[in-house]
Design a protein around this ligand. Structure first.
Ligand SMILES: NC(=O)c1ccc[n+]([C@@H]2O[C@H](COP(=O)([O-])OP(=O)(O)OC[C@H]3O[C@@H](n4cnc5c(N)ncnc54)[C@H](O)[C@@H]3O)[C@@H](O)[C@H]2O)c1
Ligand SMILES: O=P(O)(O)OC[C@H](O)CO
Length: 418
């Protein structure tokens, strides 16, 4: 068990309060309450504010609480009822979650930042956070998606790290939020590869680079292309418990949420992003009524494309065994193709003959699909690389979503050409 001999405690903020953002906040709040020797008990949860009435599927529908009468801010409802009535209705949240509509206030003095928003919103959020966070904070990205720009494809753990000047790992796994929130047992994977102090870096007056020095220290850091580079990071002051694998385990592990911490940050993040494209494909073939064998076929081809993509574009910075051995890989693929939102919406879109964006709006009550956008992001990148044909399933999903191909074409499209 992690014992704290340090005088300062970590303050934890979750940036995001959707379906998964709220479920993760619940886990963290339970652990921060139990381990208040290491963490501040209150977990700040940043909420993208909106006004609503307490809906019928809330545990508090028609209760006599003032926030249950008429329209109120979501943050006020969460703080009064300890329930996220919109994104995780029916789940009692620990009282030590504080829903906060101010991003700046939510991250103030936090040493631990957990990023958990749909990926389309994270860049703007990072822009707003610049200069507002502790420079020695550390992060974990729970976001499933990729960041495609002119220069290439990056993972959000990297993008967040670069934009905010902090180190950020990743968390991903077979984790359908509603099941986790009901405390049904599952596993997850955290990728964290903390920078090592660079022994050749200029030392501050008085000796070797010390964790308590406040100046920037140069670290050697391996990025997702496998290159070692010197990056400047603020070391965590030594009066805090070190942020390492043991600390992440202590913060995230629950009897119902079993954590494995590995060093393959890129593999964890990439697996979570790519499986969403495959889940859309699985929904398409299931929507056609083709049965479990067809679904297994797209999962097989999809897993191979995940491994190929990781190897081809993330080189030796990724361990492809993460895709086959960790919850963040094949297990996430299986659960997503069984009951995930991407799967369910793609299936309904075929069954109802309606665009998936329409189904998303009708069925998800404000929750967001990631697979459709990721299919487009990955396609943009593959096109630029001239590699679309090497990834027939990823390409087929994008083309079907664009109306350029039909689901009936999947079997012949993914068959290797002789
Ligand atoms: N839900 C799951 O089962 C699950 C499980 C594991 C990982 N994930 C991943 O976690 C990430 C977050 O997913 P989620 O399920 O918490 O979100 P969600 O799908 O519930 O999305 C809704 C959230 O987006 C917010 N939002 C809407 N418009 C916004 C805007 N303009 N700016 C900022 N926020 C805005 C809403 O306030 C709400 O908090 C995603 O990348 C997802 O793939 C989800
Ligand atoms: O509901 P989805 O399709 O966004 O998938 C949820 C999780 O990523 C499953 O691990």
């Amino acid at each position: 068990m992690l014992l704290s001999t340090n005088s300062k405690k970590h303050k934890v903020t979750v940036i995001g309060s959707g379906n998964w953002g709220t479920a993760i906040s619940k886990i963290l709040a339970e652990n921060c309450r139990e381990r208040n020797d290491i963490f501040h008990e209150t977990v700040e949860m940043w909420v993208f504010e909106e006004k609503l009435e307490v809906p019928k599927n809330s545990m508090h529908y028609k209760s006599s609480e003032p926030v249950c009468q008429g329209q109120h801010n979501l943050t006020d409802i969460i703080n009064a009822l300890n329930e996220n009535v919109k994104y995780l209705p029916g789940v009692a949240l620990p009282k030590n979650i504080h829903a906060n509509p101010s991003l700046e206030d939510a991250v103030r003095d936090s040493t631990i930042l957990i990023f958990n928003v749909p990926h389309q919103f994270i860049i703007r959020i990072c822009d707003q956070l610049q200069g507002k966070i502790l420079p020695y904070a550390r992060g974990i990205s729970c976001i499933k998606g990729v960041d495609v720009e002119e220069e290439g494809v990056s993972l959000f753990s990297e993008t967040i790290g670069k934009k905010l000047g902090i180190y950020c790992g990743s968390l991903s796994g077979a984790n359908i939020a509603n099941e986790v929130a009901k405390e049904l047992w599952c596993e997850t994977t955290i990728g964290y590869d903390p920078p090592h102090l660079d022994s050749k870096a200029p030392t501050p007056a008085g000796g070797s680079p010390s964790q308590s020095q406040v100046d920037l220290v140069s670290f050697e850091h391996k990025d997702s292309s496998g290159q070692y580079s010197k990056v400047k990071l603020r070391p965590l002051p030594t009066d805090y418990p070190p942020i390492d694998h043991a600390l992440w385990w202590t913060l995230f592990h629950r009897p119902y949420f079993h954590v494995r911490v590995v060093s393959d940050v890129a593999g964890v993040a990439l697996g979570g992003a790519l499986k969403n494209i495959i889940a859309v494909a699985a929904g398409f073939v299931d929507g056609m009524g083709w049965g479990d064998n067809a679904k297994a076929a797209v999962m097989r081809v999809g897993l191979l494309e995940m491994v190929k993509f990781g190897t081809q574009f993330f080189g030796n910075s990724i361990e492809t065994k993460t895709f086959t051995e960790e919850s963040a890989g094949v297990a996430d693929l299986i659960t997503s193709c069984s009951g995930g939102r991407n799967f369910r919406c793609a299936k309904l879109s075929v069954q109802r003959g309606a665009p998936i964006e329409e189904i998303e709006k009708q069925e998800l009550n404000g929750q967001k699909l990631q697979g459709t956008l990721t299919a487009a992001d990955i396609n943009k990148f593959l096109k630029k690389q001239g590699a679309e044909k090497d990834y027939p399933l990823f390409t087929a999903v994008h083309r079907i979503l664009k109306g350029e191909m039909s689901v009936e074409d999947i079997p012949s499209h993914i068959e290797p050409k002789l």
